[in-house]
Design a protein around this ligand. Sequence first.
Ligand SMILES: Nc1ncnc2c1ncn2[C@@H]1O[C@H](COP(=O)(O)OP(=O)(O)OP(=O)(O)O)[C@@H](O)[C@H]1O
Ligand SMILES: [Mg+2]
Length: 235
Amino acid sequence: MTLLRVTDLDCRYGLLQAVRGVSLEIAEGETVALIGANGAGKTTLLRALAGAHRPHAGRVEFDGADITRTPPHGRVGLGIALVPEGRRLFPGLTVEENLRVAAAGRRGRWKVQSVLEVFPLLQPRRHMPAANLSGGEQQAVAIGRALMSNPRLLLLDEVSLGLAPVVVDAVYRSLGDVIKEGATVLLVEQDLTRALKVAGRVICMLEGRVVLEGEAASLDRDRVVRAYFGLRRPA
Ligand SMILES: Nc1ncnc2c1ncn2[C@@H]1O[C@H](COP(=O)(O)OP(=O)(O)OP(=O)(O)O)[C@@H](O)[C@H]1O
Ligand SMILES: [Mg+2]
């Protein structure tokens, strides 16, 4: 079943067109990696899906309903959660408080306890202010906070940015558990190898457009790299 359908989406910042005629579909239960060079429009697209950026044109449908004009909190209520670039926790609140404030109306599997189980590194930090956490721990809280809304669609923007490789491994291991439980995930990841490993399907953007899309298992890596950098086929 198609959970998310985006049709001809345009997003602008003044005269700059950051997303150009993007159409895509994500089926329930899929994990899709969104890749592309700096400035390709990935963050803008994710923000438009979460309702944080108002598109100039186009349509966003979620579970069959037109949500193009639904505000961000309305989309959280429908089951769309965004882990934004840069985490944005409440620094003075503890780990547990950061999680609790995100527990919106939707009931489901994710509670403080289940989040701490999937991110065991947070267990001993539970009563510590978020400001005192390491980057990796903060990222785990940011993902946990999104889970607390029991989303049907989880949007993740570069969760591994600025983290040490061993921490990235830990975050992705936990994410693997979340995905195994049937979550539908759209994640932005700059590390191509990791993106191809975690996702069933890959979508590559270049200068606001989708330039390549395919099953992760069958995509030719060279083709992905060329699409990523906007290179022509070798003669
Ligand atoms: N708030 C803003 N105001 C004006 N222009 C913006 C704003 N945010 C992004 N842009 C521009 O829109 C384009 C797309 O940016 P976006 O952040 O969506 O790209 P991205 O693919 O997420 O890049 P990165 O990999 O660097 O995170 C870029 O040209 C960027 O400079
Ligand atoms: Mg970005």
